[in-house]
Design a protein around this ligand. Structure first.
Ligand SMILES: Nc1ncnc2c1ncn2[C@@H]1O[C@H](COP(=O)(O)OP(=O)(O)OP(=O)(O)O)[C@@H](O)[C@H]1O
Ligand SMILES: [Mg+2]
Length: 306
C-alpha cells in the first residue's frame, strides 16, 4: 500500500480527476479500473471514462459499456462507466462545430475534421463535458492524453482564438464571409470551456496525472517524454506507478526469473534517479492477468490499502 498515492488521490470536498497514462500495454486500464473500483467500494461516487476505441472496459467488467450514457457497473455500487468511442465522438464534434461555426463550416469545418487529430479533438470535446459533470466524487480516466496528444488538442483553442482576434480587430473577415455575430458568442463560449478544462487539468489538487510504466527501457523513455510534453502545457505529472516488477520471493532459484529481475533492478534504480521526485508506487507482476473483479479488488488493496 502506498500512503502517499492514497493521500494524493482521495477527494477532500471537491471532485478528483485521476488520469492514468503511459505507453501501450503497460497497465493503464488495469490501474484505472482497480482505482475506480477501490474508490467506489469506499463509498465515493465514482465514474470511469475510457477513450479507448477497443472494448477493454466492457471486457474488464463483463458488460457492454458504451458512449451514450454512463452505465452502472454490476456488483460495484457507486461505480458507473462510459466508453467514448473517438469515431462516434467525431460525429458529435462535427455537429458542435457546425453549430458554432455556422456559415464558416464549409470553409474551415471541413478542413479541421479531416486533420489526423480530429479524433483526439473530438474526444477532448467530449471529455471536457465530463469535467463539468457534477455528481461524481472521483472521475477516473483510462487512456490519458500524453503531452503530444494534448498539444495537438490545444489546436482548436489557438484556432478559435486566432479567428476571434482577427474578427474583433477588423471585422473585415466577418464582412467578407457574411457572418452573423452570434457565431462568435458560441465560439467564445467554447473557448472558455476548453480553457477551463485545461485549467482543471493544471490544478494539482483536483487533477492527478499518474503515469504507468514497466521497469524497461522504452516505457522509461516514453515516461520522460510524456512528463516533458505535459509540463509544456503546464500540467504536472504527480505520480508514477511501476508495474509488473518481479517480487524477490517468487524467484525461488528460477534462472529465467532471476535474470529478468536483475534487469528490472537496474531500470528501477534508473527510474528512482530520473523521476525520484514524484510519488512512486509499485505493483508486482501477478501470477494471473487482471480481468476478474476479485483481482481488481486485490490490486486496489495493494495500491491503496484495505
Ligand atoms: N501487475 C500485473 N500482473 C499481471 N498481469 C498484469 C499486470 N498488470 C497488467 N497485467 C495484464 O497486462 C495486460 C495489459 O494491461 P492493460 O490492458 O491494463 O494495459 P494498457 O496500458 O491499458 O494497454 P493499452 O495501451 O492497450 O490500453 C492485461 O492483460 C493485464 O491483465
Ligand atoms: Mg488500456
Amino acid at each position: 500500500m502506498n500512503k502517499d498515492l492514497k493521500q494524493l488521490t482521495t477527494p477532500n470536498g471537491t471532485t478528483k480527476y485521476l488520469f492514468f497514462g503511459g505507453k501501450g500495454g503497460v497497465g493503464k486500464t488495469t490501474l484505472a479500473t482497480a482505482t475506480a473500483v477501490w474508490f467506489a467500494d469506499h463509498n465515493y461516487k465514482t465514474t470511469i471514462v475510457s477513450t479507448d476505441p477497443t472494448v477493454s472496459l466492457s471486457a474488464m467488467f463483463g458488460q457492454k459499456i458504451g458512449g451514450e450514457a454512463r452505465i452502472p457497473i454490476r456488483h460495484v455500487p457507486n461505480l458507473c462507466g462510459l466508453n467514448i468511442n473517438p469515431n462516434d465522438a467525431k460525429g458529435v464534434f462535427q455537429n458542435r462545430l457546425n453549430s458554432v461555426m455556422g456559415q464558416m463550416t464549409g470553409t474551415f469545418g471541413g478542413d479541421v475534421i479531416s486533420t489526423p487529430c480530429a479524433e483526439e479533438m473530438a474526444t477532448f470535446d467530449q471529455f471536457v463535458t465530463f469535467l463539468d459533470e457534477p455528481d461524481s466524487d472521483v472521475i477516473v480516466f483510462d487512456t490519458a492524453p500524453t503531452g503530444k496528444t494534448l498539444r495537438e488538442l490545444a489546436m482548436p483553442f489557438d484556432w478559435a482564438g486566432f479567428l476571434q482576434k482577427q474578427i474583433q480587430e477588423g471585422q473585415k473577415l466577418a464582412e467578407l464571409m457574411d457572418m452573423d455575430e452570434n457565431s462568435f458568442e458560441d465560439l467564445e463560449r467554447d473557448k472558455h470551456r476548453y480553457e477551463n478544462a485545461l485549467n482543471v487539468m493544471r490544478d494539482r489538487v483536483s487533477t492527478i496525472f499518474n503515469l504507468v510504466l514497466l521497469p524497461e527501457r522504452l516505457p522509461i523513455e516514453e515516461t520522460h517524454s510524456a512528463i516533458t510534453g505535459l509540463d509544456r502545457l503546464g500540467i504536472p505529472v504527480q505520480a508514477l506507478v511501476v508495474n509488473q516488477y518481479i517480487l524477490p520471493e517468487v524467484i525461488e532459484g528460477n534462472r529465467f526469473l532471476a535474470a529478468r529481475a536483475r534487469v528490472q533492478k537496474l531500470y528501477l534504480a534508473e527510474i528512482e534517479e530520473r523521476f525520484g521526485k514524484l510519488i512512486m508506487s509499485r505493483l508486482p507482476l501477478l501470477d494471473r492477468d487482471v480481468s476478474e473483479l476479485s483481482t481488481l479488488r486485490q490490486v486496489g488493496e495493494m495500491l491503496y490499502g484495505e
